[in-house]
Design a protein around this ligand. Structure first.
Ligand SMILES: [Zn+2]
Length: 359
């Protein structure tokens, strides 16, 4: 065989091998899950540019960059700015879920729906999944009303009418018309509240304010529980833990969840530590230590602490001083380890992600 013919044959052989490798890769595109904290600020305070509470869950496989299904859990202040860093926009979301209707978890909804209404004329409505109307004594929470009125200020100001004149294909009704609200009655056992292909989302009732729910996403690549601001049904000590028994159930059912994302308060803000932080508000959050206990019992690989009270580096939580000065990542890790957690503690900062399987 002359040298040129040998080279040509070798090239053909290499191309054939490369082609086979590509076919094998696409036939076995591995499923993957990415969980990203879109906002880690705890409560309505502002600190260091942190966005309000939110978690983005993406599922797919290697061929689409784990990006076939895109779910947003809570949507605090600045959510669409954080999504732009992914990069994606409100139009890319398949569903938005709310754990509860405190402003620090819903402030970003108007922005998301306004963007969808403005630019997403041909996009289907986004599912907004939340608890049915719920009352507790003197007040009632309503996700239906929140969404129905989310664009009212822009309707009243005239903007919605003005932009509708500019583009007659925009939906009558403004931003609210871009949402498809789906409510469920939270129960003490998990129930499936949303699904798309291989992705299943379950919810469970949990305690914080009326209508609070926690979620679990199951996919072939793994599972994640989003606890929200859940705390124990017993509002203050004496009790075995500040964490929610229902969230623990969700994290164990039907198998141990790989990742738990949960709002966390550091024990240093406790009523006996001198911060002056109101005891009832401290007691209705789960402490990082008790979350460590729960994550260990559930066998979670990752515990992602978010909605940190106090945020890393903050000397104050709102008007309340952090005893002993600002906390570090190590302080939160020490707290979960004190609860016996031996997995990975991820101390929340905006845009931190966990991917399953890890790369
Ligand atoms: Zn909150």
């Amino acid at each position: 065989m002359n040298k040129n013919r040998y080279l040509a044959l070798s090239l053909l052989l290499l191309r054939a091998i490369a082609g086979c490798a590509l076919i094998v890769a696409s036939a076995h595109a591995a499923p993957c899950l990415i969980v990203t904290l879109t906002g880690t600020q705890g409560g309505p305070s502002v600190f260091g540019g942190l966005a309000g509470a939110g978690t983005l869950v993406r599922y797919g496989d290697d061929s689409n960059g784990c990006n076939a299904v895109r779910l947003q859990f809570d949507a605090g202040r600045g959510t669409s700015m954080r999504l732009s860093q992914v990069p994606m926009t409100a139009i890319d979301l398949h569903a938005i879920f709310f754990t509860h209707l405190h402003s620090d978890h819903v402030d970003g909804l108007g922005d998301l729906l306004q963007i969808r209404w403005h630019f997403g004329v041909k996009a289907p409505k986004v599912d907004v999944v939340c608890s049915a109307d719920a009352s507790a004594g003197a007040y009632a929470m309503s996700c239906q009303k929140l969404v129905a009125h989310v664009g009212d200020a822009y309707i009243q100001s005239g903007e919605i009418a003005q932009r509708s004149v500019e583009d007659k294909t925009r939906l009558a009704g403004g931003p609210a018309a871009a949402a498809n609200v789906q409510t469920f009655e939270p129960k003490d056992e998990p129930q499936v509240v949303w699904s798309r292909g291989e992705v299943k989302v379950s919810a469970i009732r949990s305690t914080h304010i009326a209508g609070h729910a926690s979620y679990r996403v199951d996919t072939p690549a793994g599972s994640v529980v989003i606890g929200g601001d859940a705390g124990n049904d017993t509002p203050s000590p004496p009790r075995a833990t500040s964490a929610s028994a229902q969230v623990e159930r969700l994290a164990k059912f039907p198998t141990g969840a790989d990742i738990i994302v949960h709002s966390a308060i550091h024990p240093v803000m406790g009523p006996d530590q001198g911060s002056g932080f109101p005891a009832p508000i401290f007691h209705r959050q789960s402490t990082a230590t008790d979350l460590g206990v729960m994550a260990q019992r559930a066998g979670a690989k990752y515990l992602m602490l978010t909605h940190l009270i106090p945020p890393l580096g903050a000397r104050q939580q709102g008007p309340y001083k952090v005893p002993g000065g600002a906390l570090t990542e190590a302080d939160y890790k020490k707290a979960t380890e004190a609860g016996g957690f031996t997995g990975n503690t991820v101390v929340g900062t905006d845009m931190v992600s966990v991917r399953l399987p890890a790369k």
